[in-house]
Design a protein around this ligand. Structure first.
Ligand code: FUB
Length: 297
């Protein structure tokens, strides 16, 4: 359903959206989002949404092609995710919480949904969680296994990064639904959650929500390999309006770099009623990133 999107921030004002994950495919920007449902004390999130644009101004609303109901094993919380295309299929990795059953004691988990189209419909790709809390921690009800970001290197090797508190990663097999090797864990400076990994001019970037001071800011590291070691480079975005979380998503489109994030800036917004915004991002000659100026236009 097309609608007049907003050139000004927040770009989506029909519902509350959070955790932006932009993807460029076939010269179109697809924006995968979480959906805050009017929570006042904590996140109320039951489904994910997709939008698209070809001019960064007029957004088309594709509704919600993925919800908690898609994952029979999921209990609650449709948290952050990212979608990527491989061999004509679209893999959408998302964070949620597992039901208590033979596979899990009920902690955070990462699922993967698949579709033949970027706008869905999506179905559970493997019928179980790809990553469960039990694989990575002895915190039975912990929520450290959230916020997946997926990246395919030039040599075709796919990587999944995720984590709250520490950052974890695995190699993925070519089928995108199985781990290829062990889980690695490391702790970038100030790291909290929300990693976003990409490559530019031979340099790898790991952008994430951190907090040198509370609430969250967006900070980043760079490395010469996706396997690290990662060098801390500083802050990209300071605190955002009216939300203690924020979350990065970065793309290049038509020669410009766009930095997506969320804040609580709608008149009735807040930390549990967030909204996605986008601003330009610029690099210095040496590949470091200039601090993003948050705008309302
Ligand atoms: O939206 C729920 C959680 O808040 C996300 O998983 C985190 O990145 C933070 O934005």
């Amino acid at each position: 359903m097309p609608f007049a999107g907003h050139a000004q921030n927040p770009i989506i004002q029909t519902i509350y959206t959070a955790d932006p994950a932009p993807m460029v495919y076939n010269d179109t920007v697809y924006l995968y989002t979480g959906h805050d449902e009017d929570g006042s004390n904590w996140f109320t999130m039951k489904n994910w949404h997709v939008y698209s644009t070809t001019d960064m101004v007029n957004w088309t609303d594709h509704g919600s092609p993925l919800s908690l109901k898609t994952f029979k094993w999921a209990k609650k919380d449709a948290w952050a995710g990212q979608c990527i295309e491989r061999n004509g299929k679209f893999y959408w990795y998302v964070a949620t919480f597992h039901k208590k059953d033979k596979n899990s004691n009920g902690g955070a988990a990462i699922g993967v949904a698949v579709s033949d189209r970027p706008t869905g419909p999506f179905k559970d790709a493997i019928g179980k969680a790809l990553i469960t809390n039990e694989m990575t921690t002895d915190m039975k009800y912990g929520w450290d296994d959230i916020d997946p970001t997926v990246f395919i290197d030039d040599d075709g090797q796919a990587y999944l990064f995720w984590g709250n508190g520490s950052c974890k990663w695995i190699k993925l097999k070519d089928n995108m639904i199985e781990a290829d090797g062990p889980i690695h864990t490391f702790k970038p400076k100030h790291y909290i959650e929300g990693p976003w990994v990409y490559k530019r001019k031979g340099l790898y970037y790991l952008v994430y929500a951190g907090a040198g001071t509370k609430p969250e800011m967006i900070e980043y590291c760079t490395a010469k390999s996706p396997e690290g070691p990662w060098t801390y480079r500083g802050i990209i975005e300071g605190n955002v309006e009216n939300s203690f979380t924020t979350h990065p998503g970065i793309i290049d489109y038509h020669g410009k770099t766009y930095f997506f994030y969320h804040n609580g800036a709608l008149p009735t917004g807040g930390s549990y009623r967030r909204s996605i915004c986008v601003d330009y991002m610029y690099y210095n000659q040496d590949g470091t990133i200039k601090k993003v100026i948050q705008t309302k236009k």
